[in-house]
Design a protein. Structure first.
Ligand code: AGP
Length: 609
């Protein structure tokens, strides 16, 4: 996700800004820019690509500016380009602003501002912000920022400077992190501490709704229009720990980011009243969809496992046949694809070679291709007919976690959207699913808070074994496959996912004393059969950890350990049931001293066939 940096003090601003941007490179970005105030004049430099490109453009012409802001952009709205790169400015280039987050109501604001004569240069959501500041600016940047924050919906961390107030930076934070570092007569701003640690360890972590007014005379923080006091924290992390937000590994940080990511996937799409899903961004028309006679989902690895969930829910709600294929297999078949196929390719990176090759097969055969991607303007995103962005922010750990759960959210929203357009489900049932979906971020938060320690202890038990089975039926079987992959790829324990009903056709021969089995039993309609499968395993001495939806006494009484998921509609449990499996894999790998973020032999994006 985007990185923000700011400085106000006696030093030359540009070197501080550039160092701060470099320190936040790991967050992932596609362009970068800085703005400084020098003798009442705004200087802005922008470059697409790496920060080194920006550095080259500035070419050490640092000038004498000692106030400035900077930004590395992770595109969410508008492709990577100099025009879309931050800082953004108002019509008169009087105000410059950098922003991390998403302004959900930007179209409505942009329309009003354009009607009032404001001229926009970019197609980003952020650009409405400097124009809102301009609209309400009457000589006081703080007051303008307070008015701007009253108008916007979404989430943000932003910094603004203006020519008329050359020794002032105003900062605002809602849901996205923004930190102020305190030096001797100087102030540093950043999205995360890693960028500030070389300058200061005294930091103020702005809270939601805070607006900070910073000048040479000090910091004043307001919230809801009232002055507030924020404690100064002494940070003793090293730089590496700071990049991970204090987590020991990116994977654990990204597992814990999931509640927020789940909420972000619904922003601007599932309204709070849960009466409608707005996916107009996909431009799927009824007359086109009525011609579709099959849906084909193609992906690799974890993305493929998300596709398995997609198959189950689309077939259940739309009564349309859905094929799900591994991209590496699909491209060597003579697939039964034509213009009546709606193709869905799923890829976190948007660069996986096999999935890209599959996309091209779909295009050659006349199928319309929808991509579910996490990286804006990636190759797959560019070559698809439509793109549905997961907006999960950069996923640094090789083992995919938040990307998977956000892919599920988009598949659910897409399925509900198609069911609405094709009128395959009654609105009352859809609204019930919308309401259940809206609760998932909070449920995920609760699940993490209440079960992490238990799961860590279970992982310690499993970490001493070399084999493990993941079993389930229906949607649980699809999630079991993702759980097995997680355990394999980071703890190197050989794990296998099996359809619970299939065990007796051979594999149960492998079940002996203490073989760990993770049994997913979240589907009400399949519970009785799962219980009998679990009993079969227990009678053969297996060590069984079960995942159930709420308390299920007939399971609790027979297994060695159980994790109770928050009660939600069984259709949606995959979004929650995967989280304990991610944690199980993480902690098993930890106990086995494995290299967690960069497992052996693996790459984050497989760009070779
Ligand atoms: C997931 O944990 C793996 N790292 C891997 O299977 C990954 O999901 C697969 O390579 C697909 O990557 P993509 O989503 O970027 O296309």
């Amino acid at each position: 996700m985007c990185g923000i940096i700011g400085y106000l003090g006696p030093r030359l601003a540009i070197p501080v800004l550039l160092e701060g941007l470099y320190a936040q490179e790991y967050r992932g970005y596609d362009s970068a820019g800085v703005a400084t105030l020098e003798e009442g004049r705004l200087n802005v430099y922008k470059a697409t690509g790496k920060i080194a490109e920006l550095d080259k453009k500035i070419n050490r012409q640092y000038g004498s500016a000692t106030v400035g802001i900077g930004h590395t952009r992770w595109a969410t709205h508008g492709k990577p380009s100099d025009i879309n790169c931050h800082p953004h400015m108002d019509c008169h280039k009087h105000i410059a602003l950098v922003h991390n987050g998403i302004i959900e109501n930007y179209q409505e604001l942009k329309g009003r501002l354009q009607q009032q004569g404001h001229r926009f240069l970019s197609d980003t959501d952020t650009e409405v912000l400097p124009h809102l500041l301009e609209e309400s600016y009457q000589g006081d940047l703080l007051a303008a920022m307070q008015e701007t924050c009253r108008q916007v919906k979404g989430f943000y961390a932003m910094l603004a400077i203006c020519q008329s107030e050359p020794r002032r930076i105003v900062a605002a934070r809602l849901d996205n992190p923004l930190i102020i570092g305190l030096g001797q007569g100087e102030y540093f701003f950043a999205s995360d501490m890693a960028a500030l640690i070389d300058y200061t360890r005294e930091m103020i972590i702005l809270q939601n709704g805070d607006i900070a007014d910073v000048s040479d005379t000090g910091i004043v923080i307001y919230n809801q229009g009232q002055k507030v006091e924020r404690s100064v924290k002494h940070i003793d992390w090293d730089k590496e720990a700071a990049k991970k937000g204090g987590y020991p590994h990116f994977m654990l940080k990204e597992i814990h980011e999931q509640p927020k990511v789940l909420a972000q996937t619904m922003n601007g799409r599932l309204k709070e009243d849960c009466q409608n899903i707005d996916l107009s961004e996909l431009n799927l028309q009824k007359q086109d969809l009525e011609k579709v006679n099959q849906i084909a989902i193609v992906a690799c690895g974890t993305a493929y496992h998300a596709g398995l969930i997609g198959k189950s829910i689309i077939e259940k709600l739309l009564r349309l046949p859905v094929m799900v294929e591994l991209a590496s297999e699909f491209i060597h078949k003579d697939p039964l694809i034509d213009e009546r196929t709606l193709a869905i390719v799923i890829s976190q990176s948007g660069e996986t070679m096999d999935t890209l090759a599959a996309l091209r097969v779909f295009r050659e055969r006349g199928a319309r291709v929808l991509a579910i991607c996490n990286v804006v303007d990636s190759t797959i995103a560019r070559e698809a007919d439509q793109v549905f962005y997961t907006m999960a922010g950069p996923e640094i750990a090789v083992a995919s976690t938040k990307a998977y759960s956000s892919q599920l959210m988009l598949l659910y929203m897409l399925t509900f959207h198609l069911a609405q357009i094709l009128q395959r489900q009654n609105q009352q049932q859809l609204n019930a699913w919308f309401a259940a979906m809206y609760q998932l971020p909070q449920f995920a938060e609760t699940l993490l808070a209440e079960n992490e320690q238990t799961i860590q202890a279970l992982a310690k038990t499993i970490s001493s074994w070399e084999d493990a089975f993941f079993i389930g039926r229906g949607l649980d079987y699809a999630v079991a496959q993702e759980g097995a992959l997680k355990l394999k790829e980071i703890s190197y324990i050989h794990a296998e996912a099996y359809a619970a009903g299939e065990l007796k056709h051979g594999t149960i021969a492998l079940i002996t004393d203490k073989v760990p089995v993770i049994a997913l039993a979240t589907q009400d309609s399949l519970l009785k059969m799962m219980v009998s499968n679990i009993v079969e395993l227990k009678t053969r001495g297996a060590y069984v950890i079960a995942l159930t939806k709420g308390n299920v006494p007939e399971v609790d009484q027979v297994v060695d350990a159980v994790i109770h998921l928050p009660e939600t509609d069984e259709l949606l449990t995959p979004v929650l049931s995967v989280i304990p499996l991610q944690l199980l894999a993480y902690y098993a790998a930890l106990y086995r001293d494995c290299e967690i973020d960069q497992p052996r032999n693996l790459a984050k994006s497989v760009t070779v066939p």
